[in-house]
Write a protein that binds this ligand. Structure first.
Ligand SMILES: Nc1ncnc2c1ncn2[C@@H]1O[C@H](COP(=O)(O)OP(=O)(O)OP(=O)(O)O)[C@@H](O)[C@H]1O
Ligand SMILES: [Mg+2]
Length: 252
């Protein structure tokens, strides 16, 4: 069983879209059972699957309420073998609460909360906020692998140094965490994208996946349909996520 954090301190680089589609590709193409964990107060992954709300406990409560049964925060999606822990604006409060409550460990709560589920799922996929806060640190402590979606522009690697530093800090609690690499999202065959991606590949000190996720309007459409790409119309980005998952599985 593996836990994967999808993370980048930058916003709008396709963390959420990648979390959803990597998760569903593992379910559909590889027969895996996956728990998606929404770790962003924006709750975009939860909204995508129609499970966003304030009536039930979710990620915020899991991180702050003592003795909460993790099974009570799991929600089903419309798909077999794909479950979700939802998030909402309560995560804002939860992040502050974790910092104030020094009566128990602060960084290891998610890891501990998930421990009883490790036999039930093949993968936990965590969609993180574009930030480093206590809930993101909890995600890194719980993760085996880190994947970083990036968009080709001059600022593509901004914040990556801080992220890598954070991963190193987390080793105190999780010595085996692996930064598997960055992958390019929203790729277009334009001059700037082609030259930019070549430049990134040659200049980055960080590992970079060969697979690039192409830009297509179908991705925006899937957010309205609430369907992962492989359950929507055939698309270039859907194929790319299949290849990305294959590339990832080969390295593990
Ligand atoms: N391959 C793609 N082709 C076209 N549009 C895409 C693609 N991937 C993502 N998008 C669009 O880009 C926007 C940002 O994607 P997404 O919400 O996944 O980013 P994010 O990194 O999770 O953002 P945030 O930092 O706000 O959480 C969305 O509107 C999404 O539909
Ligand atoms: Mg997001």
């Amino acid at each position: 069983m593996k836990t994967i954090s999808i993370i980048n301190l930058k916003g709008g680089v396709a963390k959420t879209i990648s979390s959803i589609n990597i998760a569903y590709t593992l379910v559909k193409n590889h027969g895996k059972k996956v728990l998606l964990i929404d770790n962003d107060k924006q709750g975009n992954t939860s909204k995508f699957f129609g499970v966003h709300g304030y009536d039930d406990a979710g990620m915020a409560e899991l991180l702050t309420e003592r003795g909460l049964d993790v099974k009570s925060v799991i929600k089903n999606t419309a798909y077999d073998n794909l479950d979700i822990i939802s998030a909402n604006m309560n995560l804002l409060r939860a992040d502050k609460e974790i910092l104030l409550d020094v009566s128990r460990p602060q960084q290891t709560r998610l890891n501990k909360a998930l421990s009883s589920l490790r036999d039930e799922y093949d993968y936990f996929i965590i969609d993180n906020a574009p930030d480093i806060n206590m809930s993101v640190i909890n995600a890194l402590v719980a993760s085996d692998d880190v994947l970083v979606p990036i968009k080709v522009d001059k600022f593509a690697f901004d914040g990556l140094e801080q992220l890598v530093e954070q991963i190193e800090d987390v080793r105190e609690f999780n010595e085996d965490i692996v930064f598997r690499g960055c992958f390019i999202t929203m790729y277009q065959r334009t001059g700037v994208n082609m030259q930019g991606s070549e430049y990134l590949a040659s200049s980055t000190p960080y590992p970079l996946f060969n697979t690039m996720i192409r830009k297509t309007v179908k991705v925006d459409e899937t957010t309205f349909a609430g369907k992962p790409l492989l359950d929507y119309r055939k698309s270039t980005a859907g194929e790319d996520y299949e290849n990305l998952v294959n590339e990832y599985l080969k390295m593990c």
